[in-house]
Design a protein around this ligand. Structure first.
Ligand code: ZN
Length: 300
């Protein structure tokens, strides 16, 4: 039995968020259903941002209403503020992923709030949470670098991590939102984070903007992290890096891990089909290499 690595599929949210081609609710539901059939157990399916600001994320309530609770499936909603939390609870998401930006520059542009204000918002959300409400993950975005402020000091990331750990969130994640991390930096940040969070699970979120995404994932796994985000087809982009590729591709990550003997819950062949199909929906060739090249050994 290989070590199990949990991959959280973020294609329907992060993957589509920056695509110019808008998918309708039915197309998104088909994508979610196909990904669950291919083995996705946890999936970020919606974002409770203002659809006027991010039109690609419109229809969050409709999507959740069409996804009845299913044992062994977790549908995650992205939450940027108290209003988003209320919508996430109302829509009966299985989990909430609350984002705190590690830099004020990114926080103010992305969420209209400084880091300190976002930590305060997280504390209010945790305080308001009833036992029947979704468990809360906290993701530190731009945890490895900011497009406006440049380097993000480790101490700044750890301050947020410490606050979230004290609030006893269910999971903590570090996100390389703009794809600037290197594998050695990942190792150092993972080690420093783990010292502060005790038993709280740690998740990592990488973008392949500068071709270091899989190397960063490798570094995270080597440093003991068992939970990684990925997006089918490598879908996604970054509004602050034109022509950038998206998240690390789920099929690339599954291929790398399973080739090395790790266990994931995914069917690689099905992922490759979805990677090609979903990329086609947004008018692109898949960014994920394995959706172009196929797996190995080749299936007869
Ligand atoms: Zn992202």
């Amino acid at each position: 039995m290989g070590r199990k690595i949990q991959i959280v599929e973020v294609g329907p949210r992060d993957g589509l968020q920056n695509e110019k081609t808008l998918l309708d609710v039915d197309q998104k539901l088909e994508m979610i259903a196909r990904l669950e059939a291919a083995g996705a157990r946890r999936m970020e399916v919606v974002s409770f941002v203002n659809p006027k600001r991010v039109p690609q994320m419109a229809g969050a309530e409709e999507i959740m209403a069409a996804l009845p609770h299913a044992e062994g499936r977790s549908r995650i909603g992205l939450v940027l503020n108290a209003r988003g939390w209320d919508r996430c609870v109302e829509a009966r998401c299985d989990e909430a992923n609350v984002v705190v930006c590690a830099s004020d520059g990114f926080g103010i542009r992305n969420q209209g709030a400084s880091t300190a204000e976002q930590v305060e918002a997280l504390a209010s959300i945790v305080a308001a949470r009833k036992p029947t409400d979704p468990p809360i993950s906290m993701t530190v975005s731009v945890a490895f670098g900011c497009p406006f402020e440049g380097e993000v000091p480790e101490a700044r990331v750890l301050e947020i991590v410490k606050a979230a750990a004290e609030l006893k969130v269910a999971e903590i994640a570090l996100a390389d939102t703009i794809g600037v991390a290197d594998p050695w930096l990942v190792r150092r940040r993972v080690e420093a984070t783990r010292k502060l969070i005790g038993d709280i699970p740690l998740r990592l979120h990488f973008h392949d903007t500068r071709n270091t995404g899989l190397a960063n994932a490798f570094a995270g796994v080597e440093a003991g992290v068992d939970i990684l985000d990925a997006s089918v087809g490598g879908l996604g982009g970054c509004p602050f890096a034109p022509n950038a590729t998206g998240n690390i591709g789920t099929e690339d990550l599954v291929y790398m891990l399973e080739r090395a003997g790790f266990e994931t819950t995914y069917d690689l062949g099905a992922l490759i089909e979805i990677g090609n199909w979903a990329s086609g929906l947004v008018g692109k060739a898949p960014a994920a290499s394995v959706s172009r090249a196929g797996g190995f050994p080749l299936q007869a």
